[in-house]
Design a protein around this ligand. Structure first.
Ligand SMILES: N[C@@H](CCC(=O)N[C@@H](CS)C(=O)NCC(=O)O)C(=O)O
Length: 209
């Protein structure tokens, strides 16, 4: 088993944190996004979407999408459970993870990719030559604040996003909160529950993975 990884990028970090919480040791293959390694013919043969992370399973199949990699590892290594233990907890975890993936991550990505000169003509991942759209920066900021406001309520009510124990949804959220700092968006300012939760999450050894 091998993980195609890039140390600086938030989605691979999600999987590395998950692996650390599971106490697993999976060899890594670095794909240098700064050198456009994700668009090399060799890597595109592995993942035509041109994104990391990708897990090469022991049966030779390739799994892209962070949540799919995490779910695969959960099946192989159920302890500690990070996808819930019954119908209700599983549903809450998938619900919040999906909210993070569809509302949180895209908001920050939208700002970064339309703001940073490094993403000029690469406004979306992949090979397409796409212009930046400056109007999406402000829209992304509004979307991001709306998202961080939304997670403040469950974090005010329980220690973790979906209840008393850590789940994959917390891992996804931590990477989004830390990713927001890349575009100078302070996610925790004025959100005391998110602030306390981020400090707690950042103190876990897995956060450094
Ligand atoms: N939905 C994918 C997103 C993967 C993704 O966007 N990865 C970024 C790094 S965080 C990437 O590889 N970007 C390549 C590019 O921008 O060309 C997942 O969950 O893993």
């Amino acid at each position: 088993m091998r993980l195609f990884d890039f140390e600086r990028a938030p989605n691979p970090r999600r999987v590395r944190i998950f692996i650390a919480e599971k106490n697993l040791d999976i060899p890594k293959v670095a794909v240098d996004l700064f050198a456009m390694g994700q668009l090399s013919p060799e890597f595109l043969a592995i993942n035509p979407g041109g994104t990391v992370p990708v897990l090469e399973a022991d049966d030779g199949t390739y799994i892209s999408e962070s949540i799919a990699i995490c779910r695969y590892l959960e099946s192989l290594h159920p302890e500690p459970p990070l996808f819930g233990t019954d119908a209700s907890s599983e549903a809450q975890i998938w619900m919040w993870n999906n909210i993070c993936e569809t509302e949180g991550f895209p908001a920050i990505t939208e700002i970064l990719r339309n703001l940073s000169p490094g993403f000029n003509h690469r406004a979306l991942p992949g090979k397409a030559d796409l212009e930046q759209i400056p109007a999406l920066i402000e829209r992304g900021r509004q979307r991001a604040h709306q998202f961080f406001d939304r997670v403040e309520r469950p974090l005010s009510a329980s220690p973790f996003l979906t209840g008393p124990t850590l789940s994959v949804a917390d891992i996804t959220l931590l990477t989004i909160v830390d990713f927001a700092a890349w575009i100078d968006l302070d996610a925790v300012a004025g959100r005391p529950a998110l602030d306390a939760w981020q400090q707690k999450m950042s103190a876990r050894p897995s956060a450094g993975a």
